[in-house]
Design a protein around this ligand. Structure first.
Ligand code: DAT
Ligand code: MG
Length: 152
């Protein structure tokens, strides 16, 4: 069974709008396994590190302010192809380009308030999980009885 991991985060607007449960549900119902979760009110410095690849973009200061403005829910999800599939569940970066049925396509409008984050590659997932979960980056190891009904 695949044990790929990804970092998924409910952003401050997703938390404030009461969408944490909905976002978790979509990953759970798909069959992915939650292996770590915590609420964090991240510092500006922590967000700057998370988005270091975007430093220099015109929207970067606003992005850092928004992402450190309130608590987020940081998660590690496991499963086959979960990095790519997670991005598909979230929808396009700009919610106006996200299909209905995706999280952003159903619940967001502005790119600067797109309610959720998902790693864009296996390598960035590893880096992000280490940044947010440190020693617990690999998540909690446990078996699920349903896995024989999710995977062939
Ligand atoms: P994604 O979150 O889909 O991986 P990204 O890594 O390119 O997208 O950008 C990170 C976040 O920055 C994104 O979720 C929202 C914000 N952002 C990206 N492009 C933006 C833009 N043109 N204007 C405002 N915010 C933007
Ligand atoms: Mg990104």
């Amino acid at each position: 069974m695949a044990s790929e991991l990804t970092f998924i985060m409910v952003k401050p607007d997703g938390v404030q709008r009461g969408l944490t449960g909905e976002i978790i549900s979509r990953f759970e119902r798909r069959g992915f396994k939650l292996v770590n979760l915590k609420m964090v009110h991240a510092s500006k410095e922590h967000i700057e590190k998370h988005y270091e690849d975007l430093a220099g973009k015109p929207f970067y200061p606003g992005l850092v302010k928004y992402m450190s403005s309130g608590p987020v829910v940081a998660m590690c999800w496991a499963g086959k192809d979960v990095v790519k599939q997670g991005r598909i569940l979230l929808g396009a970066t700009n919610p106006l380009a996200s299909s209905p049925g995706t999280i952003r396509g159903d619940y967001a409008i502005d790119v600067g308030r797109n309610i959720c984050h998902g790693s864009d590659a296996v390598e960035s997932a590893k880096k992000e999980l280490e940044l947010w979960f440190g020693q617990e980056a690999a998540g909690i190891q446990y078996e699920r009885a349903i896995d024989q009904w999710v995977y062939e």
